[in-house]
Write a protein that binds this ligand. Structure first.
Ligand SMILES: Cc1cc2nc3c(=O)[nH]c(=O)nc-3n(C[C@H](O)[C@H](O)[C@H](O)COP(=O)(O)OP(=O)(O)OC[C@H]3O[C@@H](n4cnc5c(N)ncnc54)[C@H](O)[C@@H]3O)c2cc1C
Length: 389
């Protein structure tokens, strides 16, 4: 029986294992962590967004420069296929009001438990935890470190799904990048994606606002506007709306060292409507009270307005300029851009320089916003590889 080696037990590696076993292949899965799917579990902390229910052409457009490739990939393994897979695992999913797809219990634990149980019960599956891949050569000889000892393994077919470079404590440390570069394989640098940004606040602001969620706002960077939410933090700003703009803001910061993000705290009111609502301020009412009572500007939002313009805080409600000065560390990012360049790979994500070695999941050089697009990419890329084996 043909045995396939998989390295990396995140969603991409685990899905490849599941499909290969179903195809009647034997699988040996290696991971340097003490457990499987650690980042997947973390992803479930804030509600596991598995995929999205939008039309596939719109879905594919989320992958920017790789839109065409992803249109093919998600047609081959669709968001509905991903939901059917969850159902095979005994986990029900639902479509939220935003069109995003979640497991009914919102968490990743049930999926992971049922998934790994099926793998472990299969006699053709062997698992090697605490095995850290340290090198691979042109002859597909793999060297792992396990409890201080070197373990050598040879594989004819190897699937690598080592993840990106954020949240190192989950095992995805991006250390594979130099391993690949040593083999002459082009890797685009891993950069934070879906990440927060730094803004220098005053001590007063940090003391009085600390962390504060800005809900139902609009965020504008250059010509892109996103309606959503953001979280003010002592370091700057993060959250869904910021993540959606994060690749553009990041690139501007890398180029120029500064980037201006504009917030509209009342996107549902026009400037004229705001002016009309604020027109009859009584002399004894403070401005903060007036803004709160007339248009619902909360105390923390008022401090934010004053932080940016102490003289005319009410004039900036629809276009509050935040001067961002840095990118939050890669370790805090939800995902990373960059990875193994597609030019190094065949259509089946097989390394041209080392035939028989395949690359799946976040290791690949693509980027996508949050919304289920990352996990769908992991499943769809693993699917194409297994279909070709
Ligand atoms: C806080 C947070 C929330 C998220 N929420 C969502 C969400 O709601 N929806 C969504 O679509 N995505 C979300 N993501 C992103 C998603 O979890 C990742 O894109 C996905 O886990 C990547 O899967 P992967 O299989 O490619 O890699 P990973 O899940 O990163 O797995 C890689 C595996 O490889 C192993 N490994 C790495 N190097 C070695 C080595 N040298 N030797 C042996 N093993 C190694 C690691 O231990 C790990 O188990 C979130 C991420 C974070 C951090």
């Amino acid at each position: 029986m043909e045995k396939i080696i998989i390295i990396g037990g995140g969603p991409a590696g685990l899905f490849a294992a599941y499909k290969l076993l179903k195809k009647g292949k034997a699988v040996a899965l290696y991971d340097h962590s003490s457990g499987l799917g650690k980042k997947f579990l973390v992803a479930g902390n804030g509600g596991l967004n598995l995929t999205h229910s939008e039309e596939l052409k719109v879905f594919a457009s989320r992958y920017g420069k790789d839109e065409e490739l992803f249109l093919e990939l998600i047609n081959e393994f669709t968001p509905d296929d991903l939901r059917a897979f969850c159902s095979e695992l005994g986990v029900e999913t639902f479509v939220g009001s935003s069109g995003r797809v979640f497991p009914k219990k919102l968490k990743a634990a049930e999926i992971l438990l049922n998934w790994t149980k099926i793998l472990k019960e299969n006699e053709n599956f062997s698992l090697f935890l605490n095995h850290s891949l340290i090198s691979i050569n042109q002859n597909k000889e793999l060297s792992f470190k396990n409890e201080g000892k070197e373990v050598l393994v040879h594989g004819d077919k190897i699937i690598m799904a080592l993840g990106g470079g954020s949240w190192k404590k989950t095992g995805s440390d991006g250390a594979w990048v130099s391993m690949f570069e040593n083999l002459g394989i082009k890797v685009n640098a891993l950069l934070p994606m879906n990440c927060g940004f730094e803004k220098k606040w005053s001590e007063y602001f940090i003391k009085n606002v600390d962390r504060y969620p800005l809900k139902n706002i609009a965020l504008r960077f250059k010509d892109q506007i996103i309606k959503g939410e953001a979280m003010l933090t002592p370091f700057g700003i993060e959250g869904g709306g910021v993540y959606a703009l994060s690749n553009k803001i990041r690139d501007e910061l890398l180029k120029k060292g500064r980037a201006n993000l504009f917030l509209d705290l009342k996107p549902d009111l026009t400037a004229e409507q705001i002016e009309a609502k604020l027109a009859d301020k009584k002399a004894k009412t403070s401005l903060s009270n007036h803004l709160r009572k007339s248009i619902g500007i909360e105390k923390e939002q008022f401090i934010l307005l004053k932080e940016i313009s102490s003289t005319e805080p009410d004039k900036n409600i629809k276009s509050l300029k935040l001067e961002l000065t840095g990118i939050r560390p890669i370790d805090e990012a939800i995902s990373t851009s960059g990875g193994v360049c597609f030019s190094e790979l065949t259509n089946f994500f097989e390394l041209k320089k080392i035939p028989g070695v395949y690359i799946a999941g976040e290791m690949l050089d693509f980027e996508a916003p949050t919304g289920g697009y990352l996990l769908q990419a992991c499943f769809s890329t693993a699917n194409r590889i297994v279909e070709s084996i």
